[in-house]
Design a protein around this ligand. Structure first.
Ligand SMILES: Cc1cc2nc3c(=O)[nH]c(=O)nc-3n(C[C@H](O)[C@H](O)[C@H](O)COP(=O)(O)O)c2cc1C
Length: 489
């Protein structure tokens, strides 16, 4: 017994001694280094700052952030999606935790005599996109899966989205990284996106390869083609895919050389003005035989006007079949903060701007409008329909449905939910079959919730909502009808 006690005492002295030596070493390192002022002025103890900042990133959302204050999505919004996707009860008790006087809050105008439940036809009629193309697309889902590439998202995530889109009867946009077998795995409707590198439909020099575009368009699942000019998180920015990420599979899907870095130009080389844009849209429609439109971020009324002028000078068939308008606060896998934070109007301003220009020039019926940008709950979706949209797209709403916890690690290959990582161990937890069900339930709950708002406003379904059905809270705490802020022409 005394022997084991003295052994423990010696062990304790050694451990304490090593600890003191370690502290002295840190003290010497901190006081002799020159690149960190805090550590130089507060040796050893200054290191806790970095450690606590690191921990804060993980713990804030659990312990400190209020339900309505996190960005980009607060806990109340995320929880709504999680509960909906899991099929859990998402009713709430006692009263709203949302401030109804914050500037920009939408408040819907309820009808005194809403339709009786038994009078409501829950079937939402499809909207026809691309009536002049060889294969017009009939689409009905109020919300659809926005562009996210295989590469930005993992294989099980794309598989779950594809299977979920099939169950929910909505479309899945491929994103600019080409059409992968995982997009096709669920046999859902697909919108093929063509980005500036023309991945999936390019020749060796990065120019559009008509043969490849036709081969993609000939797949029965592919219903429309979207030419991507820009996305909200990084308008005007291209990118480099490092050689290390160009695996044999990615190389084959994108049509690039394995192991070699691949550059996405910051603009389509062949589209430098509106005329060239419309020419390319028409060329692609001719080759593909499908409805073709483009995705962009709009920050200028004049640009909408210039677009309409160009279209008015051409036969109506030459119009793009749809325009997807992305909000300046859209998401992405990785983007520079100056572009993410301050470039591109939010959808609340740009959507009415585009709709008004199209309406004024008599083009609104011909060109369908799709909007995206933090439209992830029924109220936001219903707002977009009041503003005049034909369809809503969401990327991050569906990521939440897949289980995303907003860890903000999409650019690090360490996504803890397996959605944006290619680490097989992390992907292990993402079961595509279970998550496909969640995607379906999320779409159903959006339809149900936006429908509730529409019925409360006295109309049959969200597509019948008009600007006068929503009021927006102004800086003086009073709300104003959307049709007074943006008078419909
Ligand atoms: C991980 C990720 C990848 C994305 N990849 C693309 C892409 O390839 N092409 C594109 O046009 N937009 C891309 N986006 C933008 C989304 O399609 C969408 O326009 C934007 O995030 C706004 O919708 P949200 O607020 O519902 O996420 C991506 C977004 C995310 C989060």
């Amino acid at each position: 017994m005394p022997d084991s006690l003295s052994f423990l005492a010696i062990l304790f002295i050694i451990v304490v001694g090593l600890f003191v030596i370690w502290l002295i070493a840190l003290y010497i390192i901190d006081t002799t280094q020159t690149h960190d002022t805090i550590r130089k002025n507060y040796p050893v103890i200054g290191r806790f700052r970095g450690f606590f900042s690191f921990l804060g990133e993980f713990f804030r959302q659990y312990f400190f952030a209020m339900d309505r204050e996190e960005m980009p999505f607060n806990r109340a919004e995320r929880d709504w999606v999680y509960q909906s996707a899991k099929g859990e009860d998402n009713t709430h008790a006692f009263g709203s935790t949302r401030s109804l006087t914050s500037v920009g809050t939408p408040i819907f105008v309820n009808a005194a005599f809403p339709p009786l439940d038994e009078e409501i036809d829950h079937h939402i009629p499809p909207v026809i996109i691309g009536p002049y193309s060889r294969a017009p697309y009939h689409a009905s889902s109020l919300i659809n899966i926005s562009a996210m590439s295989f590469g930005a998202l993992s294989q099980p995530a794309i598989t779950a989205l594809s299977k979920g889109a099939k169950l929910a009867n909505c479309w899945l946009n491929t994103g600019e990284g080409g059409l992968s077998p995982y997009h096709l795995s669920g046999d859902c409707d697909i919108v093929f996106q063509l980005g500036t590198a023309k991945y999936g439909a390019r020749d060796e020099d990065g120019n559009l390869d008509d043969r490849k575009l036709k081969a993609i368009a000939d797949k029965p699942q592919v219903k429309m083609i979207e030419l991507k000019l820009a996305q909200g998180a990084k308008p005007g920015k291209g990118g480099i895919l490092p050689g290390s990420k160009v695996t044999a599979e990615i190389a084959a899907i994108r049509g690039i050389k394995q192991g070699k870095p691949s550059i996405s130009p910051n603009r389509h080389k062949d589209v430098g003005n509106i005329g060239e844009l419309i020419n390319l849209v028409n060329h692609m429609r001719e080759v593909a035989g499908l409805p073709v439109g483009f995705k962009l971020v709009i920050s200028s009324k004049q640009w909408c006007e210039d677009l309409c002028q160009e279209l008015k000078n051409r036969p109506i068939e030459q119009c793009p079949d749809f325009i997807t308008i992305d909000s300046g606060d859209g998401g992405t896998g990785a983007a520079p903060m100056p572009l993410m934070d301050n470039v591109g109007l939010p959808i609340s301003e740009s959507l009415p701007m585009l709709i008004d220009a199209l309406t004024e020039h008599g083009l609104r019926d011909r060109i369908k409008v799709i909007a995206s940008g933090k439209l992830i709950t029924p109220a936001e979706v219903a707002w977009a329909y009041c503003a005049g949209v034909d369809f809503v797209n969401s990327a991050r709403g569906f990521m939440f449905a897949l289980g995303c916890i907003q860890a903000l690690k999409c650019n690090k290959n360490t996504c803890p939910t397996g959605i944006t990582t290619h680490d097989k161990d992390l992907q292990n937890g993402l079961d595509p079959t279970d998550k496909a069900e969640r995607v379906k339930r999320y779409v159903e709950k959006i339809h149900y919730g936006a429908g509730l708002i529409a019925h409360s406003c006295g109309v049959e379904n969200p597509r019948a909502l008009k600007r006068h059905h929503v009021r927006i809270v102004q800086p003086n705490d009073k709300s104003k009808p959307l049709n007074e802020i943006y008078p419909t022409k």
